[in-house]
Design a binder for this molecule. Structure first.
Ligand code: 4AD
Ligand code: MG
Length: 464
């Protein structure tokens, strides 16, 4: 009778000792001598390997030859307490089936430690390494935590479109979507591209944010969140920018900026705590291998109250700082990551929520303050990361919003549906966007955003 497979994550159960078990996985390493061979097998369910002990009296050496790093196996045997150190139990192999081999001359993931840069070139295989296994298991658990957080608080998950005819952030960094033949574009009488012949009958792009549609949901269902891919064609080759990233955007009716800040703080703390509780082995591995202050940093973020101050106060601190910044700071300029990190890592030594930014450096939809020059924006700034969340209270006044859209020259014809939220039963409301990969960067301690998404999309790179 065929034994039922046990995942390696479940094999360390003391009740299984002495039992016949079946495991399947990929060989991480193989070592040994003339009498006995040891294979470390991993199936991706945990960072831990199970040690397979192969008695050479029971197995033919020729048969064992193709069992090299990367080969895939099915092993039946008895789970026994381990003699050696490094593991509590091991499997005395009784039957071995080799599913597939991995020629050592060709398989790139040999035992020796590879650099993260090298592994980025092998993104189709890198999930088989300890590091990327850990990162992508943590990514999964964080995604699950996010749904759990909002579901438990009565938020509805709203699916907003990826293809859109409007530009939420107005930063002009959208990927156009077209089925027109770029080599032979149809023209209008005045020589411009005739988009009426395009698939949607107008110009369309991949969305930079689900917020505008999210606001429609919030002013109907009360509280919603989106969680999906967003796209930005900004040509920033930095360790914190992707052209395709995942964003979580809650949007809530009857929320002001303070409610919004409370939600953002609770939300991030919930996610970090969830990871500490559910990803212990993986976090301990990353803490040991990459950053010995990682787990400590995660605990401190949960414990500390985030500092809240205005942009104007932040600028005062930066100007008074005894530090040479690459980019100069002055009221009205956008903060660079070096400024954000100075406030968080050196000045306050804890996360910071900066509010009331100058109107000119923020998006059109933010609620205007009485001073006429700032808006009720909020950015959450994090150690190692800089901006992790951007959000605001929204301008709920129809006339003010129209005036701002006109002032910025945003085409009104693309916005009529959005404006109707303010025309019919407008309410105070707020929301924010969390960059999912930036959260994962923080939680894993990885330094480059390309290493926390399975298949990164960045300028000049769309491999895999
Ligand atoms: O600050 P952003 O541009 O805000 C918005 O898109 C709003 N519509 C959100 C809202 O209020 N609903 O982006 C939000 C977050 C940033 O704080 C950052 O964490 C992340 O998205 N982000 C990126 N992450 C990776 N790569 C990029 N190119 C990113 N651009 C923004
Ligand atoms: Mg922002």
């Amino acid at each position: 009778m065929q034994l039922k497979r046990t995942k390696i994550v479940d094999i360390f159960d003391p009740l299984l000792v002495g039992e016949k078990v079946c495991v399947k996985g990929w060989v991480r390493t193989r070592r040994g001598n003339k009498h006995v061979q040891f294979v470390a097998l991993n199936d991706g369910s945990t960072i831990k390997n199970i040690q397979i002990v192969i008695d050479l009296q029971k197995f033919d050496e020729e048969f064992l030859k193709p069992i090299t790093t990367g080969a895939s196996l099915h092993v039946d045997g008895t789970l026994v307490p381990s003699q050696g150190k490094g593991q509590s139990v091991e499997i005395q192999a009784e039957e071995i089936e080799i599913y597939g081999t991995a020629d050592p001359e060709e398989y790139p993931l040999q035992k020796k430690g590879h650099t993260l840069e090298f592994l980025r070139e092998k993104a189709h295989l890198r999930m088989r390494t300890n590091t990327f296994g850990a990162v992508f298991r943590i990514r999964h658990h964080l995604a699950f935590a996010i749904h759990k957080f909002f579901n438990e608080r009565g938020f509805y998950y709203l699916h907003t479109p990826l293809i859109t005819a409007s530009d939420c952030e107005g930063a002009g960094d959208m990927f156009q979507v077209t089925t027109l033949n770029l080599g032979d574009l149809p023209k209008t009488e005045d020589g411009k591209t005739d988009y009426s012949q395009d698939f949607f009958g107008k110009t369309t792009s991949l969305t930079v944010s689900g917020q505008l549609e999210g606001e429609l949901g919030a002013t109907a269902l009360g509280a919603i969140y989106t969680f999906g891919p967003t796209f930005r064609a900004e040509n920033s080759n930095t360790p914190r920018h992707l052209a395709e990233f995942w964003m979580i955007e809650p949007e809530i009716a009857f929320y002001d900026i303070n409610d919004n800040m409370d939600l953002a703080e609770d939300f991030i703390k919930f996610c970090v705590k969830y990871a500490l509780e559910h990803c212990k082995d993986d976090l301990e591995f990353l803490n040991k291998m990459y950053d010995e202050t990682l787990i400590e940093r995660l605990h401190s973020v949960i414990k500390d109250k985030f500092v809240r101050l205005t942009y104007t106060e932040g600028i005062e601190i930066l100007k008074a700082a005894n530090k040479k910044f690459e980019f100069p700071v002055d009221w009205g300029t956008d903060l660079q990551s070096e400024h954000e990190r100075y406030l968080v890592e050196e000045h306050f030594k804890r996360p910071v929520i900066l509010t009331d930014y100058p109107r000119e450096i923020k998006a059109f939809y933010m609620k205007q303050n009485e001073d006429g020059r700032t808006v009720r924006a909020m950015d959450v700034l994090f150690p190692q990361i800089g901006e992790i969340i951007g959000g605001s209270e929204r301008e709920a006044d129809y006339d003010k919003l129209i005036a701002e859209i006109e002032r910025r020259g945003i085409p009104m014809k693309d916005m009529w549906w959005y404006l109707e939220t303010r025309k019919f039963g407008t309410v105070p409301h707020s929301g924010f966007g969390l960059g999912f990969e930036r959260l994962i960067l923080f939680v894993t301690g990885m330094a480059n955003i390309r290493d926390v998404i399975p298949f990164p999309r960045t300028p000049k790179n769309a491999e895999f």
